[in-house]
Design a protein around this ligand. Structure first.
Ligand code: DTR
Length: 337
């Protein structure tokens, strides 16, 4: 009897310890832009879902605005465990993500939801080696990129010599259009605009409202340049330490979170532009069809350059590109453009 009691007590204790250990699981999640920008809005949504779906067994402590890790040390910081989870814009790491940078090519995505789901499916299909030492929790993109500037860009001629902040493939497109692309993460852009180091930027229209860029950049030109890819990554050892049921909750959220973020941003772009027109009377210019055609022609070599880089990394570039275009088409038919 005494033995049985001891056994029961031991079992109760282990159970209790297990529950306590689980209840105490807190995951730190770092992000580089300010709290009200879309990468952080999606982070808070994910946190709420994880806490709800694990019945509070896991809590997530979020660090927006580069308070734990910044745009450029995010990848390393997550690999080394300074943060458990981090959000990276892959365009800030040239050459590091040869496969997933296919999403940053000039293939005319017009919906963030389509681009985000395409990216997620590409990731799950190819499981690229470039992410082998982290656990990928979700992926999404920004919306198609547009010019926001202090001086009007009514035609491509107005771009000559204009200093515009950008990143990734867009920098190269700007160069071939005669503009002066200046590469930097979004988190450094407010200061660069304030100081006049750049006269505008190329990114998605959400930033007009979320960074109040509409105040300085009163002129917007629709160019529909590439989307920027993002990945939410987790420290591999931390991932391995999680119980199976928690892993399942996080894995089940991957695609859903990608779609949620795409939908959020597609709606928010409209809201941000309407707000900017109302508050700062920003002017929006559309290029002529001929000029849009010029951008397309000038951007085309980027795809060949990407293929070269992908082949060097041992990837089947043609198959990857064809798969991405097929997924884009499939989602455009399902969701709309
Ligand atoms: N990686 C991006 C895309 C972007 C669009 N909106 C935001 C808001 C906050 C951070 C990044 C972004 C870029 O650098 O333009």
């Amino acid at each position: 009897m005494k033995r049985l009691l001891t056994l029961l007590a031991a079992l109760a204790l282990t159970g209790l310890m297990g529950a306590t250990a689980l209840a105490g699981t807190t995951l730190t999640y770092a992000n580089f832009p300010p709290a009200k920008t879309f990468p952080c809005i999606q982070m808070e949504h994910w946190k709420a879902e994880v806490e709800k779906r694990t019945n509070g067994a896991v809590s997530v402590q979020t660090f927006p605005g580069s308070t734990l890790l910044g745009a450029k040390n995010m990848l390393r910081g997550v690999q080394t465990g300074q943060a458990d989870i981090g959000c990276i814009s892959t365009a800030y790491y040239p050459g590091v993500f040869p496969l997933m940078s296919v999403i940053n090519l000039p293939v005319a995505f017009s919906s963030t939801e389509v681009a985000s789901l395409t990216m997620w499916d590409m990731f799950t299909k190819y499981q690229p080696k470039e992410f082998a030492d982290v656990k990928v929790l979700t992926m999404f993109t920004s919306a198609p990129s547009q010019i926001m500037s202090k001086t009007p860009v009514k035609s491509l001629d107005d771009l000559k010599g204009l200093e515009l902040r950008a990143s990734g493939s867009i920098l190269k497109i700007l160069g071939s259009l005669g503009a002066q692309g200046v590469g930097m993460p979004m988190s450094q852009t407010p200061e660069a605009l304030q100081k006049g180091v750049v006269k505008g930027l190329v990114s998605s229209f959400d930033v007009l409202k979320d960074f109040n860029f509409a105040e300085l950049c009163r002129f917007e030109t629709i160019t529909n340049l590439p989307v920027y890819p993002f990945a939410v990554i987790m420290n591999k050892a931390k991932w391995e330490s999680l119980p199976a049921d928690v892993k399942k909750v996080l894995e089940d959220l991957g695609r859903e979170q990608s779609q949620w973020t795409g939908q959020y941003l597609d709606n928010h772009i409209k809201d941000s532009l309407a707000w900017s027109k109302e508050k700062y009377q920003v002017e929006v210019f559309e290029l002529t069809e001929a000029e849009a055609g010029t951008i397309k022609t000038l951007a085309a070599p980027l795809t060949d350059a990407w293929k070269g880089d992908a082949a060097k990394a041992g990837l089947d570039a043609d198959a990857i590109l064809a798969d991405m275009l097929a997924l884009k088409k499939k989602y455009e038919a399902e969701i709309g453009q």
